[in-house]
Write a protein that binds this ligand. Structure first.
Ligand SMILES: Nc1nc2c(c(=O)[nH]1)N[C@H]1C(S)=C(S)[C@@H](COP(=O)(O)O)O[C@H]1N2
Ligand SMILES: [Mo]
Length: 319
């Protein structure tokens, strides 16, 4: 099990003794074997359903979003034990184990570039910038799996309006944390660290684009990008940056981690598009985590309302 150093634990995160004790009993018993069978993971660290990492703080979620899907949600266990977070390893199970080393307080987010009012936000102020919403979004990874998650946050446009971009701001660049001490994956030259992404200004301002602080009513688990990430539900999962430290407004299209790594495989736009295959596999279908059968992938991941952002663009060329 992963034990945090006491200095890493905020008082709100500390698990009451009784809960710790009960979990241990649970993990040690037959239930643990059952859990391993269910999740298909044995050996190494045993991660049973529910949290085995230190509890995170509850969020004050006051708004249910009209953008939410009514589809069946995935469980917290499913979406926290099958992740991509290359700074903590390249396989889907490493982030749950290794991301617990990330320190998410104190945490600052610099917002600058082509704006009238650049500002460095403390994460705890950023959390309070707007009412916390629940948005249940479909989320489609470029590798072919999908999830439905109740994310918590507010529209990125809220933050953008605070810093007031100038007319020179055409794109937004996101840069994420890079701490080689805690990030065992980032010690290897896999991607051009820090992981970065970008959006065109109208995409960043689009109401669906979420600045995300939590899921299931609690602060984000570290493997899902604590303390702050983006969620852009009509784009492939890699467009959403985990553990953001810098948001920069720029005049030209910024480089992005995956586009730099393999430009012919990962374009700047990366809109979910069942008609444009990845060079090495089809994008026509997807498997929802927990499902046996695959389902058809929908154009823009089913978020048809964004089509107007791309009118007149050849989406085969701008993949
Ligand atoms: N900093 C950072 N952000 C990242 C990644 C990463 O490796 N590092 N992986 C991306 C990819 S490929 C996907 S599919 C999603 C996965 O998000 P999830 O684990 O919350 O489902 O995070 C994205 N954001
Ligand atoms: Mo991904």
């Amino acid at each position: 099990m992963l034990i945090k150093k006491p200095s890493d634990i905020r008082s709100s995160e500390i698990t009451p003794k009784k809960v710790c004790f009960d979990r241990r009993k649970f993990l040690g018993g037959a239930a643990a074997l059952g859990a391993a069978a269910l999740t298909g993971r044995v050996g190494g660290e045993l991660l049973a359903p529910g949290r085995v990492w230190a509890d995170v703080a509850k969020l004050n979620v006051t708004v249910k979003s009209p953008f939410s899907t009514t589809e069946k949600m995935n469980s917290l266990d499913e979406v926290t034990h099958y992740n991509n977070y290359y700074e903590f390893g390249t396989d889907k199970y490493s982030p749950a184990k290794y991301a617990q080393a990330l320190r998410t307080r104190p945490w600052k987010v610099v917002v600058d570039g082509e704006v009238l009012k650049p500002k460095t936000f403390d994460i705890d102020d950023l959390l309070k910038l707007a009412p916390m919403e629940e948005r249940i979004y479909r989320h489609r990874c470029v590798e072919g799996w999908s999830i439905v998650v109740p994310w918590n946050g507010y529209s990125l446009s809220t933050l953008i309006n605070v810093v007031q971009p100038t007319s020179k701001a055409k794109y937004v660049q996101f840069l994420t944390a890079l701490d080689k001490e805690s990030m065992i994956g980032a010690r290897e030259p896999i991607l051009d660290w820090p992981y970065s992404e970008g959006l065109r200004m109208d995409e960043a301002m689009y109401p669906l684009t979420l600045l995300c602080f939590g899921m299931y009513g609690e602060e984000l688990p570290k493997q899902n990008g604590a303390p702050v990430r983006t969620v852009i539900p009509w784009k492939y999962g890699f467009k959403c940056c985990k553990s953001i430290v810098h948001i920069r407004f720029v005049s030209s299209q910024p480089p992005t981690a995956w586009n730099t790594y393999a430009p012919n495989e990962y374009g700047f736009y990366s809109n979910v598009n069942p008609n444009v295959d990845h060079p090495r596999w089809s994008q026509a279908t997807e498997r929802r985590l927990g499902d046996f059968f695959k389902r058809k992938t929908l154009m823009f991941n089913g978020y048809d309302q964004v089509a107007s952002l791309y009118s007149g663009m050849d989406l085969r060329k701008y993949y």
